[in-house]
Design a protein around this ligand. Sequence first.
Ligand code: SF4
Length: 967
Amino acid sequence: MREPKLNTSPSPGDEVKTTTCYMCACRCGIKVWLADGKIRYIQGNPAHPVNQGVLCAKGSAGIMQHYSPARLEKPLLRVGERGSGDFKEIEWEQAMQIATSWLAPIRERNPDELAFFTGRDQSQALTGWWAQQFGTINYAAHGGFCSVNMAAGGLYTLGGSFWEFGEPDWEHTQYLMLWGVAEDHDSNPIKLGLGKLKARGAKIVAVNPVRSGYGAIADEWIGIRPGTDGLFAFALIHELLRGDRIDLDFLVRYANAHWLVLRNPGGADDGLFARDGEGRVLCLDRNTDTAVDADTIDISPAVVGEYTLPDGRRVVPVFQLLAERYLDPQYSPDAVGERCGIPGDTIRRIARELAQAAFDSNLVLPIAWTDSWGREHQEMVGRPVAMHAMRGISAHSNGFHTCRALHVLQMLLGAIDAPGSFRYQPPYPKPIPLPNRPGKARKPDGTLDAGPLGYVHGPEDLLVDADGNPRRIDHAFSWAYPLAAHGMMHTVLRNAWAGDPTRIDTLLMFMANMSWNSAMNTRETLHWLTDKDADGEYRIPRIIYSDAYASEMVAYADLVLPDTTYLERFDAISLLDRPISDADGVADAIRHPVLDPATQAPGRDVRGFQSVLLDLGARLGLPGMVHADGSPRYRDYADYIVRHERAPGVGLLAGWRGADGDEHGKGAPNPGQLDAYIANNGFWREEIPEHARYFKMANRGYLEWAQRFGFVASTAPIVLQLYSEPLQKFRLAARGHGPVQPPERHRARVERYFDPLPLWYEPFEHDQTSRDTYPLNAVTQRPMFMYHAWGSQNAWLRQIATRNFLYLHPDTGVKHGIADDDWIEVGSHHGTIRVQAKYAANTQPDTVWSWNAIGKRKRAWGLAKDAPESNQGFMLNHLISDVTPKGDYANADPVTGQAAWFDLRVSIRPAQDIALDGSEPQLPELACAEADERPLRYGAGFRNTEHRSQAAPEAPRMKAFRKKEGP
Ligand code: SF4
């Protein structure tokens, strides 16, 4: 009998290449299978440290990102009015000549007339450096409207942060609190980690007004009211202090609990740390009753009380101030419970559970280590409580202090980089504050004296003029938003239109959909983009935009530079930017072309933006981008990744450096470096020695290891800052001290919000609008299938949801006379929209919510005219103002300038105009021609692999914008 011919494991393709996913910021390793030169299948790479083979829905749908009908295909030059979508296709040489002719005079005249802002850019090590070489202070990426509160709150407190710079100790945590997290940047590692916790029976508590994403598998959901997370944290701190369930040894050994603060009301040094003549911070040794260097070991420092130093200065330890503040009855669980929407008993129970997990679990790892002071420890004592937080707590006008509050809570539990707690990922922790301050002045060659973004240490680092007015177009690092470490992209268009502080000439943007879902006040944003002066010229004279896709922003550009997809490019996931390290090892990675754009579709002529930027820089003769004879220094981005050195031996990639490729961390450029990465599945990773993996802020083994890589300049311990002196310096300036002081209009605000201990205040929109008129909070979440994606449109992922609803609790619906599926009107102090409601019991009753960025403008993204995204989908952005209800400041955090998206307050009522069908507002459709409205099909030709060469599929293509014959 003949055996049946079965192939139980057919190969998915002819060829497989390993690279790095770009469908979100997690940067997993992927294996891309090709068949007949087309992508057949994307698989998670089991050999990759980030995802260990796990792939999410977005990652596998990368095929449709590559074959997207919305891909841009040629450089475009605007020929009609802005917004009309009237372009002509031009050749790259012409495009580069135009861009050069626009930018060269600016650099000659005043480089700040170029505003260069990027979106979810994963190449900020290049783009920030390019801006510095051009000499403009006006540069930032999208962190200012995403989560700078999270980053700055952490970096000014711990020298690290949640986000992708730290992670819970997945192997040992017994209690995990997720604050404001739906999905996260560190997507697949979190999913893997949550799986471990579930298998071990660890408790997961989700604090979020909406139970979605990871919250869906949490053991307990705390449906908190938006904007009150800081109050909840303070109530937990209150309970821990009241019950004396804190780790005082940790607070003295690793934090500044014992540092002495000067009490000199009205004085120029009030609230600063008491220092000796050598500048060393003092503490009081109770054994000798003398003030000594706070870094001294084997003493018994005072943490409570008030003292007089021999020179007559009155001082008080930081812990005394902390205890005074948070033991105040205003922070008791019963006092905050109503405002937070959490019963006092629940708060008390959570505090008890946190303390039990931290202190009663007796977790000890038998690992010997040496601390920064040379003391030998035979074991590592754990505190198995971990926290992780994200945009839900960050995107509020009180978010900076809330993020700091969470870190103070962790510190009280001793739960920073201890076994079982939050852990740093290298290159973090870093000194507090980070040493790199924002660039302010131009050198003789026109370059900026430092990168445009950085960390201010005090008022002297601000970018303000002699009258205290902002210098940057986004007002970052001004008296209004002093610690705006990621810039403020959300304010650029209004200010550029208004000429505040000055007019700009050219706006250069990369992958940022600023005319749609990345804008507050979307309709007026379109006005700013298209408004003209009396002479008929646009108020924002020139806009250059680069993207791979026909997003809503493209129509508002004058010159469009089409980028490649992520499968056609080189990229560096660099330690100089946002690396892929984990708590046990340092790592970086590359992308490399899996497909050659030139062979992909007839007539498609796209270039990687980073290579274009280097070409542009060379044409402009920017220092660093040209040789002495003016010839280009770098062939393209791949060449730059390999040969560029930021400092001797330090480049974008840390692996396989040195002439022979046998050096790691630092070393001369290696021409074979990219090949070495490709041969190693696209990444490099080095393990931290076992004795150096915890207590990194004061672990001699770790700090020596980190110094070898250049992550820290010295092996001095990094002291965690319960009390922040840089904030107090701003406060003193507001009180009239020091050479750099705020203008009168900012004094009270700086005094209030630059509190050196975390504080809570009502989010501005909550405070400045009527609770009767706008009784509900409204928030958005990015759905898991679109979270942090480059584009927000994908032909496969849209099958999960092609339109969004406004979700509300059934009780809320009944209270407002709204039934499931009713069309309703949603109003805010800024506007009104018409949307369809849906009941969802996973919602805190005072909160309504929706998916962000599902709603699309008609005919954008290559969508058909009747696409549900446009006709039934919507955005809450139309309700969100870019300024506070009073109109005096940006709708942002007063410390960091973080966009306060989640402060929104709304009213709801049944729709009045029942004749209408669909969502409102509907903006005019974007011009689009040559649309092929047949259903998008891909993959059918692969079904019979024996015949695939006759049936190789091709996704239907659509010209995204009207084309005129060029030149
Ligand atoms: S989309 Fe993000 S989480 Fe998913 S595979 Fe890609 S990088 Fe990983």
